[in-house]
Every structure is written in structure tokens, then in C-alpha cells.
Design a protein around this ligand. Structure first.
Ligand code: 4NP
Length: 159
């Protein structure tokens, strides 16, 4: 079993969207028993809350269910995951500062590095204080990056 955690700031918009999109794709492939998915936030403001209703609505329009309760990413979580995928550079910096060892640092990447339409430093932009378009963009980005991530999982033999 391969373990992936998606990490943003609040764990209510981007990371639950990334997790939901990826789970939807794995389910379509009948591959849910090969990969275990998780999401978390670097911040604690929304701990215990369900995904933001704006994210949930955009996902639902595409037949994707978002669920879970927000939790904060902890340094000890690095031990549980093969990949820890940050949504933006700020999340990546916070996670780097938290990663206890070189081995843990090696599990840490920007999620969008798997989006073939984006550069290696590209981010999933924070939609929280913006309009509805930002949430659509997050879904589109997650959709492309998740396809690239699936390709990566095939390459490393996880699928
Ligand atoms: P997320 O979005 O990191 O994609 O879950 C945010 C959610 C909440 C806040 C910021 C971003 N906040 O400042 O409360």
C-alpha cells in the first residue's frame, strides 16, 4: 500500500479537493486498494471542520465527493507517508521546516510538479478569499496534477 498526504493551509479547500479528485480517479481505475489517501493543513484554524462548501459544490458538479474533517499535519506524520504533496510554496516551506530527517524531506514535493501544463515551481493557488472562479481553477489544476500523479505511481510501481 502506497500512502499519500495532500497538504494545504486550512485543509478545507485545496487539499480535500486534491484528495477527492485523486480518490475519484483511483476508484474509476479500481485501484483504491493500492493507494491510501489523506489530507491535512499546516494551520489549525479549521481543525474538525468539513471541507468548505464552495469546494464541495464545485466537486459535486463533477461527480466528486469531498469528505473528511480538517486536521493539522504533524512532524510525526512524515513517517506514515511515501509522498507528502504541498499545494503552494508557503505550505512547502512550512513542511520543510517540520520534516525531521533527510529521508522525510525526500518525500516532500509540490503537488503541481505532476501537472504537465505547469512549471516545476507552480502552485495550487489559495481560493479562500476569492470568488467562485478560484474554486473552479483549483479543481481543474487538481484534475491535471492527479493525472500526472497517477502516471508517477505507475512509474514507481505503486499501481
Ligand atoms: P486551503 O484554504 O488552505 O486551501 O484549505 C484556506 C482555508 C482557510 C484559510 C486560508 C486558506 N484561512 O485563512 O482560514
Amino acid at each position: 500500500m502506497f500512502h499519500i498526504s495532500f497538504v494545504c493551509l486550512g485543509n478545507i479547500c485545496r487539499s480535500p479537493t486534491a484528495e477527492g479528485v485523486m480518490r475519484h480517479k483511483l476508484a474509476s481505475l479500481g485501484a483504491l486498494d493500492h493507494v491510501q489517501l489523506d489530507s491535512a493543513g499546516t494551520g489549525a484554524w479549521h481543525v474538525g471542520e468539513p471541507p468548505d462548501r464552495r469546494s464541495t459544490a464545485v466537486a459535486a458538479q463533477r461527480g466528486i465527493t469531498l469528505d473528511g474533517a480538517a486536521r493539522r499535519f504533524r512532524a510525526k506524520d512524515f513517517g506514515r507517508f511515501d509522498l507528502v504533496l504541498a499545494m503552494d510554496q508557503s505550505n512547502l516551506r512550512d513542511l520543510r521546516a517540520m520534516a525531521p530527517t533527510e529521508a522525510h524531506q525526500g518525500k516532500l514535493f509540490l503537488f503541481r510538479r505532476f501537472d504537465p501544463s505547469a512549471g516545476p515551481q507552480a502552485e495550487v493557488p489559495d481560493p479562500y478569499y476569492g470568488g467562485p472562479r478560484g474554486f473552479e481553477d483549483v479543481l481543474d489544476i487538481c484534475d491535471r496534477a492527479a493525472d500526472g500523479l497517477l502516471e508517477h505511481l505507475r512509474t514507481v510501481g505503486a499501481l
